[in-house]
Design a binder for this molecule. Structure first.
Ligand SMILES: [Ca+2]
Length: 213
């Protein structure tokens, strides 16, 4: 007899509603250092996300287009606050991974994924998780959608019991346009771990089909 492990998914931002509010009710805001610019637009995706990349029933057609123009030594970003004005930080200890769909206008773009928890103060204190391309198969942003899968359990400096924000940060000088969508947390609920042996390999929250060898 096999125990069924339920993989939970919490969509943070599907970009299908008000452009200034994410799916958790928190704000979507942009910020930059002086001289740089970051603008966002909500657009209907025309490329299409492969069925084997993300659960089709959790996809919404709209995504976020981000135009970033960064000066030398400048930076800017998009902040997704993980709670509304009258509710506290997000309790996320049941989630093991941050997922993010990303594609570029020409390919080879770069952006940094950061997170803040409620023990941090101000944008300068966000914890960098790494360039999004380092979490993609192939290690590069392409013009087709790729799924970045970030194992949060590898970042023990982040307090998952009080997440404050997900940050998409641009700090490479130049101009680029990238698209992001379906930012989500996924994982095995802690209660499930009471009845099953934890997997020895990191759990794959979304199945990726590979060609047979
Ligand atoms: Ca969407």
């Amino acid at each position: 007899m096999m125990d069924v492990i339920t993989i939970t998914m919490l969509i943070i931002a599907s970009f299908s509603g008000d452009i200034g509010v994410n799916d958790l009710g928190g704000a979507i805001t942009v910020w930059t250092s002086e001289g740089s610019s970051v603008t966002v637009d909500q657009v209907v995706d025309t490329v299409g996300v492969p069925d084997n990349l993300f659960p089709p029933d959790r996809l919404t057609p709209e995504c976020l287009a981000i135009d970033a123009t960064i000066m030398a030594e400048g930076e800017g970003g998009v902040r997704l606050t993980l709670h509304s004005a009258d509710e506290g930080p997000l309790m996320a200890v049941d989630y093991s991974h941050l997922l993010l769909l990303v594609r570029g206008e020409v390919g080879g773009e770069s952006l940094m994924i950061m997170m803040r928890d409620a023990t941090m103060m101000g944008p300068g204190e966000a914890i960098p998780l790494g360039p999004v391309e380092s979490f993609l198969r192939g290690g590069r942003i392409e013009t087709n959608w790729g799924l970045a899968r970030i194992a949060l359990t590898e970042f023990d400096m982040i307090d998952l019991s009080q997440l404050e924000s997900v940050e998409l940060v641009f700090n490479t000088p130049g101009a680029e346009r990238v698209y992001v969508d379906e930012i989500a947390l996924t994982g095995i609920p802690a209660a499930q771990l009471d009845v099953v042996e934890p997997p020895t390999e990191p759990q794959e929250p979304v199945e990726i089909r590979r060609p047979n060898p």
